[in-house]
Design a protein around this ligand. Structure first.
Ligand code: PLP
Length: 406
C-alpha cells in the first residue's frame, strides 16, 4: 500500500524519464505528454538549457535565505519588470502562495491609504486560485471548502464574466477584483477581452486594484508572454508560477510600485522564496522564452493545432462539442464524460488532463514540433473514433426504454 495521503485519484502509471513532449514510463512505454505537469513543463522535459542552468547553479549555492541579497533573484525580478507592467516582484514557491501574496497586497494597499475597511475582493464563479484557506475562499468552490471550517472572509463571488453583477458587488469595503483571463481548471473558459477592459475601467472608477491570476496562463502559454497583454489590459498585481520554473517549484507576485506601497519591510516573507537554485532556472526559462521569435512560433503552432482539432470536432460531433482556449491552453469540451476521453487518449499513449465544464485540457509544451502535433491529432482521432464506436454499440444493445416506461 502507499503511504501517501490519498488526496489524489492517481493513474497507475509512473515515469522514469522525459524528453521534450515525451514521457517514458517505467515499463519503457512512450507517452505523448499533453498534460505538461499541468501547464508547468512549458519547455518540455529535460530542456538542455534548463538542465544546464540547474547543474551549474547546483555546484555554486542552492539556498541562503532572504536575510541576504540574492543576485539571481534581483536579475529575474528586473527582467520580469522589463517585460511587464510591474515595478516590483516577490518570489515564492507555488501558485497558491503567489495568489495569497496578491490578496495580501491588495488589502494592504487600502490599509496604507488609511482605508483598512476595504478588504473585500470580487472573484468569478469557476475560478481556481489554489488550495490554501484564503485562495480556496477566493475560488469559492464548495467541493473544496467543505469540511474545512468557516471559509476565509472577504471574497464576493459573481457569475462568470457578468459585469452587472460585478458593478452590483462593488461596495465601500471592496478592495479589488481578481480574475483569470482564461479559467484553466474552470474549463478553459476565456474572459472576453472587452469584459477584462471593462473591469479595468471599473477598478479605475472605484479606486480598486485589478489582480490577474496568471499562474496557468502566464509565461507564453496563451501565445503572448501574459494573457492580459492579449486583451490590452494592465493589471495592478499579478500572480504567476507554473511555467516560471519549467518544472522547478517557483512562484511570484508582481505589482506596480503604487499598488505595492503597503508591502514594507516585515509585512511578508518566505523561507524558500527566491532561492538561488529556483532563480537560476527561472532566468534560464526567460532566456528561452524571450528569445526573438519564440512567442511567434508558439502562436503559429497553436493555430495549427487548433485548426486540426476543429477538424476532429467536425468529424466526431457525438464525442466533442467544442474546441476552446487560447494559444496552447486548449480544451475539448466533450459530449461523453471527459474522464472517458482522457482514458481513451491514455490508451493511445497520449496524456491529457480534465477540467471543469466536462473539458479535456490539452497543454503541450510550448516547444512542440509540427510532427508531434500531427501525431497528437492522429491519437485524438483514434480515441474519438473508438469512443464513438463504443457509444454506437452500447446504444444498439440497450433496449429502448421509452416504450417500457409508458
Ligand atoms: C495551478 C493554479 C493555481 C495554484 O497553483 P499551485 O502551485 O498548485 O498552488 C492558482 N491559480 C491558477 C489559475 C492555477 O492554474
Amino acid at each position: 500500500m502507499s503511504h501517501l495521503l490519498p488526496t489524489y485519484a492517481r493513474v497507475d502509471l509512473a515515469f522514469e524519464r522525459g524528453e521534450g513532449a515525451w514521457l517514458v514510463a517505467t515499463d519503457g512505454t512512450r507517452y505523448l505528454d499533453f498534460t505538461g505537469g499541468v501547464a508547468v513543463n512549458a519547455l518540455g522535459h529535460a530542456h538542455p538549457a534548463l538542465v544546464a542552468a540547474l547543474r551549474e547553479q547546483a555546484d555554486k549555492v542552492w539556498h541562503v535565505s532572504n536575510l541576504f541579497r540574492i543576485p539571481e533573484a534581483e536579475r529575474l525580478a528586473a527582467r520580469l519588470c522589463d517585460v511587464t507592467f510591474a515595478d516590483l516582484v516577490f518570489f515564492c514557491n507555488s501558485g497558491a502562495e503567489a495568489l495569497e501574496g496578491a490578496i495580501k497586497l491588495t488589502r494592504k494597499y487600502h490599509a496604507a491609504n488609511g482605508q483598512p475597511e476595504r478588504y473585500r475582493i470580487i472573484t468569478f464563479e469557476g475560478a481556481f486560485h489554489g488550495r490554501t484557506l484564503a485562495t480556496l475562499a477566493a475560488g469559492g468552490q464548495k467541493k473544496y471548502l467543505d469540511g474545512f471550517g468557516p471559509p476565509v472572509d472577504g471574497f464576493d463571488q459573481v457569475p462568470f464574466a457578468d459585469l452587472d453583477a460585478v458593478k452590483a458587488a462593488i461596495g465601500p469595503q471592496t478592495a479589488g477584483i481578481l480574475v483569470e483571463a482564461v479559467q484553466g481548471e474552470g474549463g478553459v473558459r476565456s474572459m472576453p477581452p472587452a469584459t477584462l477592459r471593462a473591469l479595468r475601467e471599473l477598478c479605475d472608477t472605484h479606486g480598486l486594484l485589478l489582480a490577474f491570476d496568471e499562474v496557468q496562463t502566464g509565461l507564453g502559454r496563451t501565445g503572448s508572454l501574459f494573457a492580459h497583454q492579449r486583451a490590452g489590459v494592465t493589471p495592478d498585481v499579478m500572480g504567476i508560477a507554473k511555467a516560471l520554473g519549467g518544472g522547478f517549484p517557483v512562484g511570484a507576485f508582481l505589482a506596480t510600485a503604487e499598488a505595492a506601497k503597503g508591502m514594507t519591510a516585515g509585512t511578508h516573507g518566505s523561507t524558500f522564496g527566491g532561492n538561488p537554485l529556483a532563480m537560476a532556472i527561472g532566468n534560464a526559462v526567460l532566456d528561452v522564452m524571450l528569445a526573438p521569435g519564440f512567442l511567434e512560433e508558439v502562436e503559429r503552432k497553436a493555430l495549427l493545432l487548433k485548426q486540426r482539432l476543429a477538424e476532429i470536432k467536425d468529424r466526431h460531433p457525438t464525442i466533442i462539442r467544442e474546441v476552446r482556449g487560447e494559444g496552447l491552453l486548449l480544451g475539448l469540451a466533450c459530449v461523453v464524460p471527459n474522464d472517458r476521453m482522457v482514458a481513451a487518449l491514455r490508451d493511445e499513449k497520449m496524456l491529457a488532463v480534465g477540467a471543469g465544464d466536462n473539458v479535456v485540457r490539452l497543454l503541450p509544451p510550448l516547444v512542440i514540433g509540427e510532427a508531434e502535433i500531427a501525431d497528437a491529432i492522429e491519437r485524438i482521432d483514434r480515441a474519438a473514433t473508438r469512443l464513438a464506436q463504443e457509444s454506437a454499440a452500447s446504444s444498439q444493445s440497450t433496449p429502448k426504454l421509452e416504450g417500457i416506461k409508458g
